[in-house]
Design a protein. Sequence first.
Lengths: 353, 343
Amino acid sequence: MTGTVKIAIRELYKIFGIDPENALKHVLDGVGKVDLLEQHGHVLGLQDINIDMYEGEITVIMGLSGSGKSTLIRHLNRLIEPTSGQVKVDGNNVLIYDEHQLRKMRRESMSMVFQKFALLPHRTVAENAGTTLQVRGFSQKEYLAEAEKWLGVVGLSGFENHYPHQLSGGMQQRVGIARALTSNSPIMLMDEAFSALDPLIRTDMQDLLLQLQDDLHKTIVFITHDLDEALKLADRLVILKDGYIVQQDEPQHILLNPCDPYIEDFVSDINRARVLKVRSVMSPLVGDTPPADAHGEVDYNDTLEDVITRSGGDTSHSYIVTRDGAQVGVLEMTNLVRALVPRVASEAGARKL
Amino acid sequence: MATYDFIFDGLGLRSWCDAGKTEDGPLSMADLLAKGDSDKESSLLDLPFPSLDALNESCGRIVQSRAMTKGVEEGFLAIKDVLRFVLDPITQPLSWLLEYTLLIFEAAPWWIMFPILMVVVYLATKSIRMVGFVTICLAFLAFIDHYSYSMQTLAIIFVCACLCVLFGVPIGIAMSRSDRMQRMTIPILDMLQTLPPFVYLIPLIFLFSVTEPKLYGIAIILYAIVPVIRLTDLGIRLVDKDVIEAADSFGMTERQKLIGVQIPLALPNIMAGINQTIMMSLAMVVIASLVSAPGLGVLVLRGIRNLELGVGLISGLGIVLLAIILDRVTKAALDRVNAAQKH
């Protein structure tokens, strides 16, 4: 599962205010976010962020509003400059890039999708999708051809000559995604890309993204405030709160082993059967002989929901778990049911503000 | 005895004042009239404001107000030659531009001018109705023999509005990019906008010969350039921050951003500015007839000078028609841009 690290963030701090350098010293001395604002008049945006983002994976950064997630994603392409720290892409620290190198990186190795679509209203859909190539100096013929190809991939064939205002929100965001794909950059930054859409359309777009990712294997950094969305998309999940990382891991692992009451509270409301996979709940095969009373085989990466559907809700069943055809473990339905209950049921009102 | 003697007496400046007392300056008529009844009973109601003139009566060392206006005048006359030496060559192209445009507009026969204007209107508005409306208005003006006057006015507006856009849009862009530039420019724009139109003419008359077209050209441009500058600045500042951020994230250069994003998105506002600029040029071109600007304004002036009521009113009507044409055509063009950019 773990490939090469594409983006590495190290000890990243961002402080908003008149004299961030000075305020940083206080933060390093242990002054908290609230005290920093009250005593020094500076806002602590990000605090000691360390993340590895792996090539070909979707890293989801989740947090409530004000947690610094949009600030964080803007550090990757330096729309916001950090107060201190490092952001390495393919091993190169982007924070020491000069204007020319930075522009080259923005043009060729990172593309971004925005919450409010940010399409150009005076250009057609195809021209919008081609913007990323046009900026790089491609001729109109070249960039329109490439744009049409990607518009087809996101399901917008036939809309090339429409204007953005003639499309629905979901379709506009498809143009936004096509625009990012047209640049052919290995990294895609998605800033709350689906948050402005209706729930049903949002689900469609999530499916579209997963489907695209199956073919394209881009390194995607996805920002969201919606835990269901995060769990659905994430290969790795980073949970931010007040500018620091509360927990980062595989979604399965966070769900089963929340390290903090904040996260326990967070994950208590979601449909665990849909997120948890067989591999997180199964017990490894003892010896080479599968139990004789197994009711069938399930895949290593099936969700628990799939298994429940298959078992018809009978908790006495057990299944043999296979991975790429080989038998790797046993799943007892009783274990499965146990995993559906949060480790510590959250109390009403325990939600931290 | 004058009212404010006590101040100078109290401060012990009497001798200083008297020492400076020279022969009175030239007397104005008001002074002469006042001389007769100088020993009038004075009451608190007559207390004059301690102005320069009032203080001058008490102390000869204080200058009179008319010395100030005289100073301004002398100051201006002193730098006049230098200013003229610098400004004359710079503004000379404006004279040529106005002369030749006027020549072309007047020389072109009506049966060529009409189709050209119709095509221009169609290109700007893409509306046959608007073309018809403009044609009828122009035909009416031609029918009542105001055609050549109208063309003169149109020619002047054409040149001045084009120059306003040519200079105004870049100034507006510069303002939108630098807060300091904006802070420095806004007071000048405020002054240009509030200064009564006649006041522009006074220094210009001293600088240039009244027979030169650039005299009224400069007056019109100074008066009409303000809205296009202001609205360009505003338009670019109002461009959606998200779109600018997106442009940055794709690695656009400043130039690509300006031409590809900011100006197109600010275009509705810039067009509104151009509409205002054209309307203000029209207002000024009438006043500029005082300094030999040809066109309908000359007829209005004749109406006032000779009390020719009919001439004045009919030419006024002609100006209204021209204003309607210009306004409607530019507004229709603006609507077209707006429709294309609906969010």
